[in-house]
Structures are given as C-alpha cells and as structure tokens.
Write a protein that binds this ligand. Structure first.
Ligand SMILES: C[S@@+](CC[C@H](N)C(=O)[O-])C[C@H]1O[C@@H](n2cnc3c(N)ncnc32)[C@H](O)[C@@H]1O
Length: 274
C-alpha cells in the first residue's frame, strides 16, 4: 500500500505518524467500536451543555482548542471556492473557520444532532453567506454522495454508536480525491503523562460542569473517552472504512490526535471469487 502525506500539515513540534495496518486481533483488543449511550440521550446531553459549551471548552483545553481547529482546517487542503461539511459541528466554530477558508464563493454545511447546538451555531455565524446549518445524524448525513471537497469532524466521533460507520459516512459525502479530517481527544504519550492527563480530565470535566450547573452532562464527557480507540486503531478504522493515505499527528503532547484520510479515486470493490 502506498502511504501518501497530505500537504499543508503543520510544522509545529508535534509528532506525526503514518498509519500502518494492524491485525484484526489487535483492533479488537480493549477498544470500543462505538458509543453505547443512545443517540437521543447524547442529543439531550449536548442540548443541555450548549449554552456553556464554548466557555467550558476553552477552560478545559486551556485555550488550545483554537489552535487544534486551525490545524484541522489546514489539514483539509481546501482552496478558495471549494466546499466542506463539518459534522457534529456543535456551536459552529470549526465550520466558521472552514467558511473563512473557502470564502464567499465556497460552501460549508454544518450538521449536528443537537437542536440547541445548531441554534447557537446559526445565531453566531448565520451572517456567513457560504455557511449553512442542518440538524442531522452523522451516521445518516442529510446530503448526497460525493458532494463535498472535504469533511471534518472535531470531538464528535467518540459520540457515535459506530466509529467506523462514522468514517464511512464522512467518506461517502466527499468526492474522490477529497479529504476526511478527524480531530479527537486521544491518549497522550508517554504513558505516565497519559495517565495524569486522563485522571485530570476525569475530574476536571465534571468539576467545571458543576461550576456551570451542568454537572450531570459533563460527567458524560470523560465517560465517552473510556475505551475509545487509540490513534493507531482509529487510523486503522479509517482505512477499513475505505479511506486511503491515512496518517495522523499528535497535537499538544498527544492530548489530541488529528487524522487525515483521502477518498480513493476509484471505488474498490471485492473481486469475484478467485
Ligand atoms: C464535544 S462536541 C464538539 C463540537 C464541535 N465540533 C467542537 O469542536 O467544538 C460534540 C458534538 O457532537 C454532536 N453529536 C453527537 N452525536 C452526534 C451524531 N450522531 N450526529 C451528529 N452530531 C452528533 C453533539 O451534539 C455535539 O454538538
């Protein structure tokens, strides 16, 4: 298999990996294949969180979330006038940055399952003519096949009931040669720092939630990270969804992983017997 490297990847001192295929045995050991919390409950949790989401997020990420989003936008490789879909858009910050990148002659569609998140995104960025908002499920996107030059999902994948199906759906809506970009929390390395980080996140998220009177909802966030596949496994899941040239970079000492894959030029179908 040829590994391709997406251009315009950051040059910050964060590590970068080409994904190599792992065995199915390795894939299955320990990692969850999807979120077990039902979709309507997930939507209700994010409806509740929506009013405080941006403030808590900035505190929880020590303001690094802006930098992570900018890396994701660059990784799409989008040019002026092109199109993108941002899935699980939340309050719309990444979608708005994509909209700025493609400019007024481009097009960005932002999709989320939580009506209150969509409301907030629309009221914050409704003035961007090239940006539209849709209520919808990441696993059954309300858009046609091959319609976009790139698709992004930021901190949304771990909420889906089937991670690989999430990648398949992102790949479906992107044209051949276009990119799928996934930004997600990850297990930092080395392991000691990873453990400290996870222990802190487990305590900090509910504590901040309590501070903002959203304790119950914010307990869900660290829970959703338990058993989430590590960066290698996630890359393998992207590859199995049909994406090619998959690679990833760890950002901020590995607190976050940025995965990029490309939709193949030709659809690969299983060859007839033999
Ligand atoms: C942690 S927030 C991330 C929001 C935003 N992308 C960001 O980077 O700040 C996760 C978002 O995923 C959305 N979400 C969860 N499950 C979803 C699904 N099945 N389909 C679409 N959106 C979903 C939630 O409503 C929420 O807005």
């Amino acid at each position: 298999m040829t590994i391709t490297h997406p251009p315009e990847i950051d040059d910050s001192p964060e590590t970068r990996h080409d994904a190599t295929p792992g065995s199915d045995d390795e894939m299955d050991r320990g990692a969850r294949q999807g979120n077990s919390v039902p979709e309507d409950e997930v939507a209700a949790i994010f409806d509740e969180i929506a009013p405080v989401y941006d403030r808590v997020n900035t505190l929880m990420t020590l303001g690094l979330d802006g930098r992570w989003r900018r890396s994701a936008v660059r990784a799409t490789g989008l040019a002026s006038g092109e199109s993108a879909i941002d899935v699980a858009c939340g309050t719309g910050k990444l979608a708005a940055e994509l909209a700025e990148r493609v400019g007024p002659f481009g097009r960005v569609v932002a999709v989320d399952i939580s009506p209150r998140m969509i409301e907030r995104a629309r009221s914050a960025y409704g003035d961007l003519v090239q940006l539209g908002f849709e209520l919808g499920n990441a696993l059954a996107l309300p858009v046609g096949t091959g319609k976009f030059d790139a698709a992004t999902i930021a901190f949304g994948l771990r909420n889906l009931s089937d991670f690989e199906a999430g990648f398949r759906e992102l790949a479906r809506v992107v044209r051949p040669g276009g990119r799928v970009v996934c930004l997600e929390l990850s297990m930092p390395r080395p392991m000691l720092w990873g453990r400290i980080y996870h222990a802190t996140f487990r305590r900090l998220a509910p504590a901040l939630g309590t501070l903002f009177r959203q304790g119950a909802a914010y307990r869900y966030l660290p829970e959703s990270l338990e058993g989430f596949p590590d960066a290698d496994r996630l890359a393998e899941s992207m590859r199995r969804s049909g994406l090619v040239g998959v690679s990833y970079r760890r950002l901020s000492l590995g607190a976050v992983a940025l995965h990029v894959g490309t939709v193949p030029q030709t659809v690969r179908t299983a060859s007839p017997a033999g």
